[in-house]
Design a protein around this ligand. Sequence first.
Ligand SMILES: C[S@@+](CC[C@H](N)C(=O)[O-])C[C@H]1O[C@@H](n2cnc3c(N)ncnc32)[C@H](O)[C@@H]1O
Length: 403
Amino acid sequence: MKEVRILEKRIRELLDAYVDDVKARAPIKSEAVERAFRRVERHKLVEHFFDYREEREGFEKVSVDPARPSTDALRTIYSDSPLMTRLSGGLPSSSTSQPALVAQMLELLELTPGQRGLEIGAGTGYNAALMQEMVGETGHVTTIDIQEDVVAQTRRLLRAAGYDRIEVIARDGVLGCPENAPYDRIIATVGCPDISPSWTDQLSEGGFMLIPLQHGPEGFDPLARIWKDSEHVLGRFVGSSGFMSIQGELASEQKLSFADQKQARTGVSLAELPLPVSVGIWSDLDRPERMERQFALGLFLAIADERGSWSGVVEKARGACLFARGKADKVEVYGDVSLYDEFVQLCQRWERLGSPAMEKWALEFFATNSDNQPPEGENAWVIPREFTIEVARLRKANDDSSC
Ligand SMILES: C[S@@+](CC[C@H](N)C(=O)[O-])C[C@H]1O[C@@H](n2cnc3c(N)ncnc32)[C@H](O)[C@@H]1O
């Protein structure tokens, strides 16, 4: 009995220190998100995780007994780290995401008591439990995962942790869950190359979805807040993220996979050349306020050219131009050096447009199978996807429309 009390006290201390840490680095801003983070015990939803061992260049399985977790396991679980919980073919296929990103997305989701939420990508159920805390007893959370064994485990652990009202469903999330629709909020916690028409159909009037919407290569997923009115599906970029990619029907062929990106930048960099526009030192992911201009340029590269992303430009067969980490305004060039000239032109175009920041973009989505096709316009980029055609436009100074 005494042992149990000591363990409970230890967990409380670690959980509080973990929340203080995430809060100190800004992603937790509201009382509602902080309260949810202090209530949900992450260790109760993790039975094992895979630790990456640099020296072995591979993962090692760490088992956790949620009833009697070891101090080492607790320290890892209550830290700002994503935990890989499934591997397939040696690569992560399920995880509990980095807590700072989870917090940032919950702040952006603005859940309030009584709302109905849908999550695509249940994973461990940690985010669903946080959502349930925010919508309270009068609200409802449905979460979907495509992997049946993930769903069975998550359903069992959520129930044991007291979250038996959350509905955990095994299916391809592209279908959404019409049984519980409409939803005030839909969130995907997996990188999506498109938005599913079912999500748009199942969204309530006045509601919105938050989707890590892949632009360019795999793992580059600007967060899009998307809503609808009677005629349009509209959106804005509200943040940045990098997720594992969705499986199932939405997983169209990747334009550039992680493997392609790695391949294009292997070998010795040919040259370190000047970045033609000044964005400062490209490195400080822990200090997002220093990254704003860099994110803005990276987002433009990804909209204007499918090879572009926050790390530069990568082309499968030709090579890469990558922002040099920790070096002000420098680019590392791999492979075909003529790629640098194309990269310079893209950067200069961004500057001529007034170096637009992330929030300057307005998005509109058109169904690929509808007669209502996107109008042509200046400073509008068309991104064709499987179900939708995305049009990204620079907003006029007087356009402050939002849902
Ligand atoms: C990063 S994890 C989600 C983390 C989770 N929200 C948490 O709090 O632990 C991504 C999850 O998305 C799931 N997934 C991938 N493709 C899916 C699809 N088409 N439909 C539903 N879930 C999918 C994966 O199986 C994986 O469990």
